[in-house]
Design a protein around this ligand. Structure first.
Ligand SMILES: [Zn+2]
Length: 68
């Protein structure tokens, strides 16, 4: 399966993650999309119940098996 992924650092916790740049949930910081890891996605959703929740695409993170 063709799968484009990149190494980057999570904008929330600064951990290195491997993610799909088009699919990964991200925050916009200084006009730039900054990817966040799955843990920060869940934390964001918990901290901001009033906001639209992030729902990660099943291919957003490499190495995570998600049944689709
Ligand atoms: Zn994170």
């Amino acid at each position: 399966m063709a799968f484009m992924s990149v190494m980057c650092n999570c904008a929330g916790c600064n951990r290195p993650i491997t993610c799909h740049p088009e699919l990964v949930p991200s925050l916009v910081i200084d006009g730039k999309r900054e990817p966040i890891c799955i843990a920060c996605v869940h934390r964001w959703n918990e901290l901001h119940p009033e906001a639209e929740p992030f729902i990660p695409h099943r291919d957003a993170y490499e190495g995570q098996e998600v049944e689709g």
